[in-house]
Each structure stands twice: as structure tokens, then as C-alpha cells.
Design a protein around this ligand. Sequence first.
Ligand code: DHB
Ligand code: MG
Length: 226
Amino acid sequence: MTQNPLAECWTAVDDYIEQHLIPSNPVLEQTLQHTEQRGFPSHLHVAPNQGMLLAMLIQMNGCKRILELGTFAAYSTIFMAQALPEDGYILSIEGRDTHIALAQENIDASGFAHMIDARLGHASNVIQQLPADTAPFDFIFIDADKQSYPEYLEICLARSRTGTVIVLDNVIRAGEILNPDNQKPSIVGLRDLFSAMQNHPQIASCTALQTVGCKGYDGFAIAIVK
Ligand code: DHB
Ligand code: MG
């Protein structure tokens, strides 16, 4: 995809936001550095100001139990762990073995390993295998393969309670969701996600926000469970 001519400006503004509003955080900075040293890409992490938004949503809602689909390097995972009380818990599921190994290294170095249960597997299998008496999750962050978002929404709703907040990353994809020539499974999956969220019987309210910044042009969807 060609770089948007405004991307330099978006990145500079993200840097400005980060410098002013996001406290310096050696644990998270170490996570980014270690990920880069290991040769993994940097565009798959959420941006610092986006991680801060996740942390604030968790704190605003007094969440204790978090489910994350798509761990990658555990940058968002560690960001969210820092927003939890000492008895908080995060189950983070990652489908790629190379990513989960990197994630576990970052988690072990973060000091939050006691709160983070990072597991390798397909999210639907891992979630189906949770014990029947598993308590519902308070906050769910879906940031995995976009093609499966409609399925992930359903399995996450089944593990929610009234008031659970569900955030989904990368739902706009530089506007490709509106490009009729784009029939990639990931884009089709996002269109199906929007259709599923529309008037969903288990969703009380739902919106999506387009975002620009150091990660390009994309967006978050957010839902409150009925
Ligand atoms: C991609 C996936 C992400 O979750 C993300 O935040 C950015 C990019 C990707 O697959 O390209
Ligand atoms: Mg993402």
C-alpha cells in the first residue's frame, strides 16, 4: 500500500501526544526494544496513546479480568496489566508460536508474569476449552486475524457479562472496508463484523472510531455488552 502523504504529520502528532500525555514507561519501552532486537516488525503493536486508551477504559470500568485475542509481543498485554489491580488477570491468546515465544520473554521481563496467562492456540479452541465455571471477562481486546473477527465477536460475547467492554483493533484498514475491489478475507471479515455488530441482540451499544497516527490510518470498534 502506498504511504499516505500525511503519514509524516500523523506520526509527528503521535510523538507530540506521547511526549506530553503518556508517562515514560521503561517496562513498555523495553518491550518495544526487545521486539525490535529480535527482528519482529513494529507496526503490529498498538501505539502508546492507543495503549493508554485501553488502560484508561480498563480503569474507568474497574475491570479485573481481561481477555485478549492476539498477543503478538504482549505490548498491549503489559499495558493493560499495568492498569489492573494486584488481583487482576489477563488471558491472552496468540495463534503463532514465534509470537508467543517473544511475548513470553517480554512478559517475563515486565514483572507482570503473575497476572498474564499467555497461551498458544487458536482463540476459539482455547476459549472453548476453558473450564465451565470460568468467570466472565470484564474487558476484551480483539487484535488477532481480522478474517475471524465475526467468529471472535461471538465467542467473546459468550464469555461476557452485562457491561463487559469489547474493543476491536484494525477495523478500518485505511478505508479498505469500503473498497468493493478488495475481497481479501481480512477485509471481508471486517465487513461481516460491522454487519454482525449492527443490531446485535447481545450488544447494548457500539461504535467505531477512525484513527490516524504512527500506525497509519485504521480504527477501533468498541461495544458494551447487554
Ligand atoms: C496488522 C495487524 C494488526 O493487529 C495491527 O495492529 C496492524 C497491522 C496487520 O496484520 O497488518
Ligand atoms: Mg492491531
